[in-house]
Design a protein around this ligand. Structure first.
Ligand code: NAD
Length: 244
């Protein structure tokens, strides 16, 4: 894997579309070389990587790596000798009654959204410690704070991401490694395509900004966090148009 030793390097999980794709583009524009992962959409991710290489003159490696599988994540890190930025973005939703949810479905949501942050961070931190600097940003949800009806696993996983962020920030602050989360409201991505137009309109009407957030707005905040002083750490920044 060509990651040009000492060139600023960022890893974004779940970058084949939506918020992860927008974050990858913002980082590429800022001059970061990239490692991008996804689970089942490698051709899409390869297309994203090729576009970013051509447009921004960076190196961008696309890898199929299921974020819920520790062994797959170990393979991603196997050839890395440095890492400056880790964005834990991969995530899935599950909408349904608690009583309809199987143990396997519960575990899959928790593994994909929460355990994945542990699987990547445990391998990223030793690389960041080598430089006594690094940035970890976890993409969370307002449901992690307030809970969503019929989304118990998703809400619990994102609440866990928030606690994980705060605890890890305390552990890593002495090492100059910043850890923050962005708690998104409703962002205009395929994740919300399961809702009908009527349901989306009803949601939008609850949002003071009177519109959905755009993936590029999340990406802009990721970049601002990376450029902020490392003294800004352990924060859950809400990006929701004034909703919650
Ligand atoms: P999306 O469904 O458009 O994209 C999700 C990305 O994650 C895709 O690239 C997909 O391939 C990847 N992915 C899914 N499971 C994976 C796995 N096991 N391993 C590796 N990659 C995997 O969703 P999105 O809206 O872009 O969501 C990105 C993140 O933002 C998620 O963590 C989500 O929970 C969070 N979020 C989204 C919203 C929203 O309204 N869209 C709101 C709050 C938080």
């Amino acid at each position: 894997m060509n990651t040009r030793k000492n060139a600023p390097l960022a890893l974004v999980t779940g970058a084949s579309r939506g918020i992860g794709k927008a974050i990858a583009e913002a980082l590429a524009e800022a001059g970061y070389h990239l490692i991008l992962t996804c689970s089942h959409t490698l051709p899409d991710l390869q297309e994203v990587a090729a576009c970013l290489e051509e447009k921004y003159g960076i190196t961008c490696t696309a890898m199929a790596a299921d974020a819920s599988e520790p062994a797959a994540i170990e393979k991603v890190f196997a050839s890395l000798d440095h890492l400056d930025v880790l964005v834990n973005n991969a995530g899935i939703s599950y909408i349904g009654l608690l009583t309809d949810m199987s143990v396997e479905e519960w575990q899959h949501v928790l593994n994909t959204n929460l355990s994945s942050c542990f699987y990547t961070s445990r391998l990223a931190v030793p690389l960041m410690l080598l430089k006594h600097s690094g940035r970890i940003i976890n993409i969370s949800s307002v449901w992690g704070n307030v809970g969503a009806s019929m989304e118990v696993a998703y809400s619990a996983s994102k609440g866990g991401v928030n606690s994980f962020t705060k605890a890890l920030a305390k552990e890593l602050a002495p090492s100059n490694i910043q850890v923050n989360a962005i708690s998104c409201g409703v962002i205009d991505t395929a994740m919300n395509h399961c809702f009908s137009p009527e349901e989306m309109n009803a949601l939008r009407e609850e949002i003071p900004a009177d519109r959905l957030g755009q993936p590029e707005e999340v990406a802009k905040l990721v970049l601002q966090l990376i450029q902020a002083p490392t003294y800004l750490t352990g924060q859950i920044l809400t990006l929701d148009g004034g909703w919650q």
